[in-house]
Structure formats: structure tokens, C-alpha cells
Design a protein around this ligand. Structure first.
Ligand SMILES: [Zn+2]
Length: 467
């Protein structure tokens, strides 16, 4: 009975852990490594196991850094099953197909322009066909239902409050007379965040694998964040320009629409036309809308008062390319929500080209911007940026909103971990090196639990753990 750390142990992304018991091998997540090019190249390294020998995968949530190598696993011979929460199964259809399309697009570009983008590979990591095969391996489960997925292996999903369908994974492992319980956090959401419920409390485990993305810091309070957004929208309105909001298609886009609806009067939103300019975000919004049982009480009440999906009376869903292009002609009064969330691709680039040189326009950054992205350059105060090979002056005003994170902060993570009453062994993963150390120390100091930072390849004998 053994747990081995593989992905997101030595680094932030590429979540994947290997569980072996009773001759069976189960993966917890199978995520893509995202970040710098040299790190992403590691996605092409062979798995440290024979893909066809994996008996099952348990997937915590849809984000690509947790799910994005499933098509690769299938390409190498894995035939399922993959267990995940029902809503995650639906979101994976959007996410995995998009990931495959990007891979195919990059490879085609490299083949056409071999000298221009030497960093790209001429062969896609996987194709849409692989992604479709991977989607066929997914089995959706509701929250809070125990299911024996293999002899001696029982799982249950609890709400992680991170994105729709995100799960805290409980695994009971029985081998002979020995039973141990492992809990895998996936990504843990913020308590009190819009739409979703709070992370569920779990009080019992022998071992807990916990993410630590924001294990070293505290988010701004939601009330202050909302007041800030309201202030920006009201001021921007007097300046007669447009507002651009780069946003992730899943999670942030729905949160923004929901907040706009909640604060419609307070933020003077009837003076604007709101454009959700992303086919992926539109589709994800529909999936969110179809899962009212996963909403918190406030969001449920909001949804019950409305017939159809559009959250706002002045919301335009612009899926088609012509509809998106038409937005470029609008000089004022448009709030444009588009991807990508870090401005490193997608329709937001076209909107930036048309608005970023105009001082009457505003750009609101609501999410994390990784190093090396255009979003990060803008946040860092760049006065000139390159978009599609042309240089643009940054004259629009820029606002960075810190409090809307899908990840819990240090207090949220400690609050969730503090729910365990069984004094589990804690393994800190999925964070920057320095952050993991800070978070491990604070777990030991405040919760008096034994915490460690596993390296890639480290093995834990679960049967040897004693409470
Ligand atoms: Zn996530």
C-alpha cells in the first residue's frame, strides 16, 4: 500500500500522484505541466509507468494542470475508467478539446513557419481525436457518495469550492486486514466566494495531500474587492470609453457575470453593454447554470428568480467570430469579458489592440498573471507592448483586482486542514518552493500536524502510518 509523488511535487503544475495497493495502480489527477517552455517540454517525457497498466484515474477537477494529460495517457494505451464529479465531466469536454486544439494549432504553425517558432513542436502533444477518446473514459459521480471503484479501493468526492465540480477526494484503501484513508485536496477554494459553496469539512484521514498555491499569503477581503470594482466601473463610465476584462473562461467569467447581476444597480451597470466574448466561457456559463444544486444559498436564490441563463438584461453572448469582430467598432459603453485570462492569446488581444492606446478606456485585471505573459507585462506597468507583432502604447488605465481568486489563501487552507481531528500526516504539494516551506512551517506551528514537502518520486508506505 504505497503512495508515490509524481507531478506537482517538485513544481507547481502537472498534478499527478500514484497510488498502489493490492496489485492495483490508481492515478490521482493527470495534469499538464504549464509554465515556461522548458518546463512544458517535460510533458513529452515518458510517464514513469506503463499507461496501459493503470487500473483507474481519479480526477479532482477540470483545470488543465489537473486533467490535461489524460488524452496523452489514452494515447499511450490507458483505457479507463476515470472517475470524477459529474460537472467536471462536462467541463472537461470544453477544456480537453480546447487543449488539444491549441496543441494542433501550434504544431501546424510550426510546420508552416519552421524558422519563426523553434520553441514549438511539429507534432502536437495530442490531438482532438485523443481528447475525444479520453472523454469517453470519464465516469461522473455526484458529491458525497461512496463508491468502490476497484476491489479494496473506495472513493468519495466532497465539494472543494474551487470551480464547478471541483472535489476533495477521499480514498479508503483496504489491503488484507489493513485499511488506510487518504484525502487529496485537489485545489481548495475560498470560503465565502461567489456562486460556489464553501470547501466541505473532512475530519478523518491517515494522510492528506494538500495544495499550497497561496499558502504564504492572505487575499484581500471580498467586501473591499467588490467596493473597488464598483468604484472603477462608476468612474470609467464618466470617461466614455470601453472596459476590457481578460478572464478565464471557466470560473472567473461566471463569477463576474454573477457579481454584475448582484450589484447591477449599485455599480450603475445599466449604462453599459456587457459582452461575454468567448465561446468557451459561454458554454461553461451554460454548464454552471445547469448545476444549481452546486450553488450556495445566495446564488441559488438569484438563479431561482430568473428564467434563462443570461445573467443580465444587457448581456451579449458573442460566440461567432463576426459578432466578436463587430465589437471592435464600439468606441464607448462596452464592458468586454474575453479570454485568455493572462492575455497570452485569444480574442482579448484584438480588443486590446483597439482600446489599449485610448486613455478613456480601462483594463481590469482580475486574476493571476504568470511571468512571461502579456498580462504580467501590463500589470508590471509596461508602457509599450507587442501584440501580434505590432507595438502598442499603453494609454488606457489599468486596475489590478486582487481578491477574486479561485484558490483559498493561507487562512482558508489552514481552516480546511484544521477540520481534521485524526492528526493526519500532511504532504504539501502544488506550490512554489518557498511557499511550500512557509506553509509547511505554519501547519506544524498552528495545527501541530506533521507536515512534509515530498519530492518527485518519493514513496510513502501508507500501511506504516500510525495516528
Ligand atoms: Zn484548479
Amino acid at each position: 500500500m504505497e503512495l508515490q509523488f509524481y507531478g506537482a511535487a517538485g513544481r507547481v503544475t502537472g498534478s499527478c500522484h500514484i497510488l498502489r495497493a493490492g496489485g492495483l495502480t490508481i492515478l490521482l489527477d493527470c495534469g499538464l505541466i504549464q509554465g515556461k517552455k522548458e518546463e512544458e517540454a517535460l510533458n513529452r517525457a515518458p510517464f514513469p509507468f506503463d499507461s496501459s497498466s493503470i487500473d483507474a484515474v481519479v480526477l479532482s477537477h477540470g483545470h488543465i494542470d489537473h486533467s490535461g494529460r489524460l488524452p496523452l495517457l489514452v494515447k499511450h494505451g490507458f483505457r479507463g475508467p476515470v472517475y470524477t464529479q459529474q460537472a467536471t465531466k462536462e467541463l472537461c469536454r470544453i477544456l480537453l478539446l480546447d487543449s488539444a486544439s491549441l496543441a494542433e494549432h501550434d504544431a501546424a504553425y510550426r510546420r508552416k513557419n519552421p524558422e519563426v517558432r523553434r520553441d514549438l513542436h511539429a507534432e502536437p502533444l495530442y490531438t482532438r481525436k485523443d481528447a475525444i477518446l479520453a472523454l469517453e473514459t470519464l465516469t461522473g459521480m455526484p458529491y458525497n457518495v461512496r463508491r468502490e471503484i476497484l476491489p479494496g479501493i473506495t472513493i468519495r468526492f466532497q465539494d472543494a469550492g474551487h470551480i464547478l465540480g471541483s472535489a476533495l477526494v477521499e480514498v479508503w484503501i483496504k489491503e488484507g486486514e489493513v485499511t488506510r484513508k487518504l484525502v487529496f485536496s485537489g485545489d481548495v477554494g475560498q470560503y465565502g466566494s461567489p456562486i460556489l459553496k464553501d470547501p466541505e469539512t473532512i475530519d478523518e484521514a491517515d494522510a492528506v495531500i494538500i495544495e499550497s498555491t497561496y499558502g504564504d499569503r492572505l487575499h484581500r477581503e471580498l467586501d473591499l474587492t467588490l467596493a473597488e470594482i464598483g468604484g472603477i466601473l462608476r468612474t470609467a463610465c464618466d470617461m466614455c470609453g470601453n472596459i476590457l476584462i481578460p478572464a478565464f473562461a471557466i470560473g472567473r467569467s461566471q463569477e463576474l457575470l454573477y457579481l454584475f447581476a448582484q450589484y447591477f444597480a449599485n455599480w450603475d451597470l445599466d449604462r453599459w453593454q456587457v459582452y461575454l466574448d468567448s465561446p468557451m466561457a459561454i458554454e461553461a456559463s451554460r454548464i454552471y447554470w445547469d448545476y444549481p444544486e452546486l450553488f450556495d444559498e445566495e446564488a441559488l436564490e438569484f438563479r431561482n428568480g430568473r428564467k434563462g441563463m443570461p445573467y443580465l438584461k444587457n448581456l451579449h453572448l458573442t460566440a461567432r467570430v463576426e459578432e466578436s469582430q463587430a465589437i471592435n467598432k464600439i468606441r464607448q459603453g462596452a464592458i468586454i469579458i474575453a479570454g485568455s485570462g493572462m492575455c497570452n492569446g485569444g480574442r482579448i488581444l484584438h480588443h486590446l489592440k483597439h482600446n489599449i492606446e485610448r486613455p478613456e478606456c480601462s483594463l481590469i485585471i482580475t486574476g493571476y498573471q504568470a511571468e512571461g505573459t502579456l498580462g504580467r507585462e501590463l500589470v508590471d506597468g509596461a508602457k509599450k507592448v507587442m501584440i501580434h507583432g505590432t507595438s502598442y502604447h499603453v494609454s488606457s488605465s489599468l486596475h489590478t483586482i486582487g481578491g477574486l481568486s479561485a484558490h483559498g489563501d493561507q487562512n482558508d487552507l489552514l481552516r480546511w486542514l484544521g477540520g481534521f481531528k485524526s492528526n493526519p500526516e500532511v504532504y504539501v504539494v502544488h506550490g512554489d518552493e518557498g511557499v511550500k516551506k512557509i506553509f509547511r512551517d505554519i501547519i506544524e506551528e498552528k495545527l501541530h500536524m506533521k507536515a512534509s514537502i515530498p519530492r518527485t518520486g518519493d514513496r510513502i508506505d501508507l500501511a506504516a502510518l500510525t495516528r
